[in-house]
Ligand binder design. Sequence first.
Ligand code: ZN
Length: 248
Amino acid sequence: MARTANTKRANGPAKRATHKAIKEQLIVAGKVLVAQGQDDFTRGHISFRLPDNPGLFFMKAHSIGLDEITMQNILTIDLEGNVVAGTARRHSEVYIHSEIFKARPDINCVIHTHPTYTIALSATGRPLKCYSQPGALFYDALGTYDDTINLIRTHAMGAGVARALGRGRGVLLKNHGVVVTGATIAEAVIGTIMLENGAMVQLLVEAAGDPAPEFSRGDIEKLRGDITQPEQFTINFDYLVRRIKRRS
Ligand SMILES: [Zn+2]
């Protein structure tokens, strides 16, 4: 707790406002993920690294849905998975987040969910193909973690997920779920939704049978370049946020 108190003293009101803005984005991101079918009871979590203290991150708490994140129940956690601020219960799978943040300084947001089609694809053992545009987003950027179907409840298991991620954007946790990352909350949320869509299209194509060849590497890489522009994530995330607000 002392660490948090020091952080507050060192940073002053301006930085606290930034933390407030991040928490507000996590709250709305959770609602967007649920509206897009990424919920599985209270399972699944989202985290964001503190810009002014990269050794800490905010994270959704256990026992609530992704759409029930509030300013009060967001936890502050260190890179060993210890809660340093907040009183809510911590997810046992915190190590997915802490070990990825440790391994990848460029990543600020980590999402773990249990989406139906992505899990189904992971169970086939086949890689994600570029049968639709979302496939391009994860082209050469989707790892597989297949050590266990169980929850990622230890440092070592979290480190295994981070290794499977490598320099990529996401990891299929075989028969379990997905981990998608981003520099921003928008990037990770849009990536998670697009991956599920890409997996759904692939399973339809494979069920139909006899797929035609994919496009060339060069063609796919060009699309990947276009759809990974930060503005693309922001525009589409902001649209989904507006949809949430219109419905509430
Ligand atoms: Zn899980």
